[in-house]
Design a protein around this ligand. Structure first.
Ligand SMILES: [Zn+2]
Length: 427
């Protein structure tokens, strides 16, 4: 359905303000254009019929979520995702620009080494930074009874989730722990907030990492815990135009980045992969002047990528006449959020195609990239799924995607884009 709850993003932003001083810039403060480089070869590039093919989108999704994996803003994974998408667009004949932008943001990533294996972890909001290697000590759920008498001096405390994170931290820290790992509950969100800034690294683990850490804590084994933090993030957008410098009349986009720890199959490998396949489908019988495709970076931290693209297009006096965004398209039925006219068109097309699509609104703390264009006065719509699946968790993997939902949502997006493009081109 959507992306990161924006309230959580704002909480992290205020933390950055408190911790670091400099004000958050809502718009990018620097932009440079980098030439795309070839590292990932798109598995499915050109050819095929002028219609959306779910199998092709699924293969792009496999590359993004399983081969590349987690694509946090500013990370190597996001850069590789951008290169993959840029190479795919280039192979279809588009003129492709990859544009970097920077923004002030406190971003943390984490990993745990347990049993000789390095695994992703989710830093809790407010965690300290650094690397510690120490003996793992289990403290139950981190209650007073669990912590009492445990040999925590210089150790990494391991707690089952269940007690207020900040309180668990305070107890184990007072007993001398140098790190804290929370074992997530089954199906719980991997995100957590300590409610304050602390000195030691504090993370949540899930899946294989959770089992490895639990085993180490039971056996008194050693763990390595790393939390890395940055305060300026440099991310990138990829924009495919039919010809160099051509104004985009209709822009189709989706965000390629993920939250830390999540491979982002549904959020938003599915939408990004569908945008790539839509670009191919519309290029199959020749490029359409004014129909552009984009992959945005840094959506999860607060729509920074789409805001950067809007700003650049405004400066060039070349905003699109309409924008269609795909965010989470591989589960359930179709939800339509944004411009009422575009939503109505999509709903009508859904009826013709036998695809259930419904106009809806999101809670105030949800958002996606169509909002950046909408704010600039561009009629904009997000095509999304009705189900959230395991979004924003390590469980957001390819196996959770429903290929038939990916196909249906892509089919509907294709029909909507074809209709919207005719309208904007004639306007
Ligand atoms: Zn998201």
């Amino acid at each position: 359905m959507t992306s990161r709850p924006l309230l959580a993003a704002f909480a992290a932003v205020s933390l950055a303000l408190a911790a670091c001083g400099p004000g958050i810039s809502s718009a990018p403060d620097t932009t440079t254009t980098a030439a795309p480089t070839a590292t990932e070869a798109p598995a499915v590039s050109t050819g095929g019929p002028p219609r959306f093919e779910g199998e092709r989108a699924y293969e792009h999704l496999r590359q993004l979520s399983s081969v590349i994996g987690t694509r946090v803003a500013g990370s190597d994974g996001e850069r590789r995702g951008a290169e993959y998408v840029a190479n795919a667009f280039t192979a279809m004949g588009y003129s492709v620009e990859t544009t970097e932008f920077s923004f002030a943001y406190e971003l943390s990533t984490a990993e745990v080494v347990a049993g000789g294996k390095t695994m992703a972890a989710s830093p809790l909001s407010g965690s300290g930074a650094g690397t510690v290697t120490a003996k793992a000590v289990a403290v139950g759920n981190g209650s007073e009874a669990g912590v009492a008498g445990k040999p925590l001096a210089g150790a990494i405390a391991v707690a089952e989730r269940g007690v207020v994170f900040g309180d668990v931290h305070d107890r184990v820290r007072a007993a001398g722990a140098v790190g804290l790992i929370m074992l997530n509950s089954d199906g719980g969100s991997a995100e957590g907030n300590l409610g304050k800034k602390v000195e030691i690294p504090v993370v949540m683990v899930d899946g294989d990492a959770r089992e490895a850490v639990r085993t180490a804590a039971r056996d008194g084994g050693s763990l390595t815990l790393t939390v890395e933090q940055t305060t300026t993030v440099t991310s990138r957008n990829v924009l495919a135009r039919p010809a160099k410098g051509q104004t985009c009349l209709l822009l189709v986009g989706g965000h390629m980045d993920t939250v830390p720890g999540a491979p982002g199959a549904l959020d938003n490998g599915s939408g990004t992969a569908s945008v790539v396949e839509l670009a191919r489908a519309f290029a199959a019988d020749g490029l359409d002047a004014g129909l552009c495709f984009a992959a945005f970076g840094a959506e999860e931290e607060g729509l920074f990528g789409s805001a950067a693209m809007v700003k650049a297009m405004q400066q060039a006096n070349a905003l699109p006449r309409a924008m269609i965004n795909l965010d989470m398209t591989g589960l359930g039925t179709v939800d339509l959020v944004g411009n009422a006219d575009l939503a109505q068109q999509a709903e009508n097309l859904g009826k013709e195609l036998g695809i259930k699509a419904m106009r809806t609104t999101w809670p105030n703390n949800f958002g996606s990239d169509h909002m950046s264009f909408q704010k600039a006065g561009v009629p904009s719509l997000t095509v999304a799924t009705s189900e959230l699946g395991k979004f924003h968790t390590p469980g957001d993997v390819l196996a959770t995607i429903d290929p038939s939902a990916l196909e249906a949502t892509g089919d509907l997006a294709y029909a909507l884009i074809a209709q919207a493009w005719k309208r904007v081109a004639q306007a």
